[in-house]
Design a protein around this ligand. Sequence first.
Ligand SMILES: Nc1ncnc2c1ncn2[C@@H]1O[C@H](COP(=O)(O)OP(=O)(O)OP(=O)(O)O)[C@@H](O)[C@H]1O
Ligand SMILES: [Zn+2]
Ligand SMILES: [Zn+2]
Length: 850
Amino acid sequence: MSYRIAKVIVDVPSRETDRPFDYLIPAAMQGWIEVGSRVGVPFGRRTVQGFVLSLHEDTEMDPQRLKPIQELLDLMPPLPQDLVKLAEWMSRKYACSMISALQAMIPAALKGKAERYVTVPETDGNQDEPAFPGENGGLSSPVLPVLLTGEEEEILAYVKASGQVTMEHLSKRYPGRAGEIKGLIGRGLLSETQMIKDKVRKKMIKTVAAAVSGEAAEAALASFSGQARRQKEVLEFLLEVGAPLSLQEVLQTLRVTAGTVQKLAEKGYAVIEETEVFRDPYKNRRFQGSEPLQRTPEQDQVYRKVTEALSARSYGVFLLHGVTGSGKTEVYLQTIERCIALGRQAIVLVPEISLTPQMVERFKGRFGGKVAVMHSRLSTGERYDEWRKIREGRVQVAIGARSAVFAPFADLGLIVMDEEHETSYKQEETPKYHARDVAVYRARQYGAAVILGSATPSLESYHAARSQADELFAPLLLEMKQRPAGSRLPGVHIVDMREELRDGNRSMFSRALHAGIAARLERGEQTVLFLNRRGHSTFVMCRSCGYVAGCPECDISLTYHQKSNNLRCHYCGYAAPAPSICPECGSEHIRYFGTGTQRVEGELAKLFPGIRVIRMDVDTTTEKGSHEKLLQAFREKKGDVLLGTQMVAKGLDFPEVTLVGVIAADTALNFPDFRSAEKTFQLLTQVAGRAGRHQLPGEVFIQTYMPDHYSIVHASAHDYASFVREELNHRKAMHYPPYSRLILVTLSHEKLPVLLRMAENFAGDLRHKAQRLGWYGNLERFAAEALDILGPVASPIPRIKNRYRFQCMVKYRGALDAVRLVRETSAETLDQLRDASLQISIDVDPQMLM
Ligand SMILES: Nc1ncnc2c1ncn2[C@@H]1O[C@H](COP(=O)(O)OP(=O)(O)OP(=O)(O)O)[C@@H](O)[C@H]1O
Ligand SMILES: [Zn+2]
Ligand SMILES: [Zn+2]
């Protein structure tokens, strides 16, 4: 069957272009263009990148008016068909554009932009004669010689000699001659074309190999005269190695020049080729191999359930609730091993923050070269290469943060999501997808298994597993309650900091924690100290008048960056030098209030002279590889204390850590977020889980001003079930997830009064429609299908980049298509108001309520 028409989604971010456009498939591209192909197409007066959505024999448009696809950008489509289908689903589910969903699935290197090229157009007849203007003009005017200035001639000659030059290059080579260049294009002497250029190319190196063997080689070696001694050496070396070598390497090893090798090639004794290489971020690292451990009975029961599904190729979601240190990672490793043995591939998702070298090492150690690693610290080129290893089937396992869920495997068998409760699995920018939902959808497509692992599963997943109410997402609950023999959960003590204060202790360390650290120092054991970052932002405040340095464009305080000694806005990028006197009152008592980690470090030094503290926070881990180095130093016992924020809470496994201290447990509890208790419980459980994971028993101190709060009480007792029971009661009473779903709609505009009116307008329309559908207002009556609209109210951050922000929260229950309702209403609002400044952003299942 021959397809003449391709429907293409173009990379033009606007509401009007969020639909497929028809293009002709030129004869030469037939058979090459597939669903998921990346193409360059003319769009208006530009050339833009696009993705082929579907192929057709015919079009409803007038074929005469269709334009042909201009170029095919990759031989192998970057997106397999299933991912194109996934993008369609994402667009519906998260109310995002198709192009944003498609772009999220490919590495940044492939987000090509049009580049303008200049060539000398071919003319019939004598090639050396300059072309004539007006050729296509239809005027059969007498042939006039073209008069060129010397400069014009020079430019023309240069382009002709080069064949094809980018506009950028040409304008740099001939600065100040834009007029001449434009003139030449205008007269048809130069022609301009556009092509899509990728941000990063494949990395190519020159290789050299012997082109002769056996007797021919003997004859060749014999033929060299004394002068060609170096050539002979090279050939001997190549014959000895018997495989292509990098040219660079040959030159260095033999200390010969490129000319020598070149001459050898000219004689036909060697071949020099361009060969593609993969940039390997772990090139110089050796990973210690590891063998599967004998499974404990609990691990075995999980392993069996998952591998049964794998063998049957049947879709299944498993919620693995295993206490910290119960050996979940070992279960992942073994189920993946089975998956690979069955000829299928696996994805491992971990939160960015716990994509630590230690984690990577465990997978590389077990599966070696079968693993591709994707994380944000790789360069664009490295990411691209890791991604290509997946697409080209060179690896069987992909491990990475959120976006690795799109790894383009051909026969996906298993997706593991570690720490499934982590909010970082939700992307905060468009497309605002949740990797868990994407994982489940993909697993359905492939008949694959999903393991959602956590010591503290999200209430959404846990509730879905317990109630089995949702047909699409009803995970099977599997539990691991014990640590493998030889290690126990640590004893946890809650320390009431109010009491400390009453007894005259003004230090940030309670007496108990102080004594604990002292004991560890004496015994040569290690301590982890954790400080909750939320609520401890790094701002600058004047102690005399209370002035806080804020962003002039956003209603938020600026963040202090120690390295550069400046203040930055995390929302708009505004930066300014840190003031040394208060701009309000002139006082010199203007201070930087750190993350707290620095203050804790200072106090530790005072209390325990000579103590070796390794501090891990945003300030100490900005450099590439620094995270790894700090952890390595701690492992080698070059530090007594590892002090840090969230980074120290996750996934770390150090045998000699026997004490964990939480400096202030309740900072997150005061956050205006219905999940704050859940997050606090999860964090405390995680941190506490770092202690006593091996032979030595562990001990944990949680310092708090709210010792009776249920999240703290239950975390200290390692009692997930009780916490969940209590928390679910609150959620039910307030109609919060998992008893409802949320859609957060944020409207923004430059003018506050205009925004207010528009937001009222939008919310009114939405209510009106919901009423007509019979959905509105039934939440309180616990109807099976109900929807409620809260707001509009000012957003918690009321202004960003000089734009005011208002939000509406839609709460709903049941199988209603609330997303569609919101999306349609927002499109109508934008159409009616026709105010270019108004923006409406839709966040489905929001994790951050800002
Ligand atoms: N079957 C087993 N036999 C012996 N030791 C095991 C077994 N399984 C795991 N372990 C060991 O127990 C420790 C904890 O295991 P692992 O890190 O896999 O737990 P986890 O549940 O992933 O932990 P966390 O969620 O706290 O990161 C590791 O040192 C691991 O090597
Ligand atoms: Zn002041
Ligand atoms: Zn700002």
